[in-house]
Design a protein around this ligand. Structure first.
Ligand SMILES: *Cc1c(COP(=O)(O)O)cnc(C)c1O
Length: 356
């Protein structure tokens, strides 16, 4: 049940903005934060004291459960500014629904929709100068929720902190992405937390990803945990395979995160009469397609990088280069998606949510 808070958000503005110190032409993804952040605490069964305050450190007991049991969930979304200074979110209601689904799975309380939207809108209004117009520029938004009750007993926390941070981002070119198809490690399993944006999912990926990096690859394509027979996700993105002129992607479920970029790419592809099959994708069919020349593209899809074309993959110590290297569908779908996000193209799907 949502506990609705009557009171408005308390706002404490910064005295001096840090924006003049930021080099917006040379941003590294995710390490600079805007002037303000949102904070709200869950105490005695309800979300209390929603506050926007200057971005800065927190004081949390080292005994807080988040540090011991990773009871933590997060979201990733972006705000975009058009050339007239209008600011938009992209399908934000889906991020709200998803952080609540993730929270339920991690035995954490859901966050009320009205405070979520009021917090986003107030923050973006305050920090709107941090959003730069221009294709590929955005303000990355990181909502998250953590268990703050002190105590190392292994049980769910009864106190939580929900926060939202904003970080200016540029289009980032991921370069030539080469991936390894996982044969030993797994990202998620049936009945597990793979569908949730649980913080620990990422922590568990770092070691196998480092092993892939040591071999000259950038990412791992995760396969099903039972048999490593089916292709599921690429790094922290959903993944698409183009065989001939059909796009294949794994169906969402327990093991696969229901990505908003994935969902949108499927709709955009269908609008262009590109055939899309959401079904289990066999490693063997992609390897066979690579061998016989019918594998045309592989690309990852996620909010941070939008669409990342893959140029080669390795499986069982054999590297397969993707034959046609023009990334036709990947680049077409990326442009269509970004044009809608940046208010350059008509929003026939009703995906934009104007905030300023
Ligand atoms: C966040 C995430 C994605 C991408 O989801 P978007 O909503 O498109 O950003 C894909 N896979 C995993 C594992 C993720 O955590």
């Amino acid at each position: 049940m949502h506990q609705t808070t009557e009171s408005k958000i308390t706002v404490q503005k910064v005295k001096n903005s840090r924006i003049a110190q930021v080099d917006f032409k040379n941003l590294t993804f995710g390490n600079i934060f805007s002037d303000h952040m949102f904070e709200c605490d869950y105490i005695n069964g309800s979300w209390q004291n929603p506050t926007i305050k200057p971005y800065g450190p927190l004081t949390i007991s080292p005994g807080a459960k988040v540090f011991h049991y990773a009871q933590a969930v997060f979201e990733g979304m972006k705000a975009y500014k058009d050339d007239n200074g209008n600011v938009f979110l992209f399908r934000p209601e889906l991020n709200h629904e998803r952080i609540n689904k993730s929270s339920v799975r991690m035995a954490m309380p859901e966050f009320p929709k009205d405070i979520f939207f009021e917090a986003l809108e107030t923050l973006l209004q305050l920090d709107q100068e941090w959003i730069k117009p221009g294709m590929g520029n955005s303000l990355y938004i990181r909502p998250f929720s953590i268990a703050t009750q002190v105590g190392v007993s292994a049980s769910p926390s009864d106190q939580y902190k929900f926060m939202i941070l904003l970080s200016p981002a540029q289009a980032y070119y991921t370069g030539d992405v080469k991936v390894v198809i996982a044969q030993k490690y797994s990202r998620s399993a049936n009945g597990g937390v793979g569908f949730a944006k649980a913080a620990g999912n990422y922590g568990a990926q770092f070691f196998p990803t480092n092993l892939a990096k040591a071999e000259g690859f950038q990412q791992v394509i995760w396969t099903d945990a039972n048999e490593h027979k089916y292709l599921e996700e690429a790094g922290t993105m959903n993944v698409f395979f183009r065989i001939n002129d059909t796009l294949l992607t794994a169906p969402t479920g327990d093991r696969i995160l229901d990505g908003i970029t994935r969902k949108s790419v499927i709709d955009l592809a269908k609008r262009s009469h590109i055939k899309v099959e959401e079904r289990p994708v066999l490693v063997s069919e992609v390897v066979d397609a690579a061998k016989n020349g019918t594998l045309k593209e592989i690309f990852g899809a996620g909010t941070a990088a939008v669409i990342s074309p893959v140029s080669a993959f390795s499986y069982a110590n054999v590297t397969y280069n993707i034959p046609s290297n023009n990334h036709e569908y990947a680049l077409k779908l990326k442009k269509e998606l970004m044009d809608i996000q940046h208010n350059v193209a008509e929003d026939t799907f009703g995906w934009r949510h104007q905030v300023v």
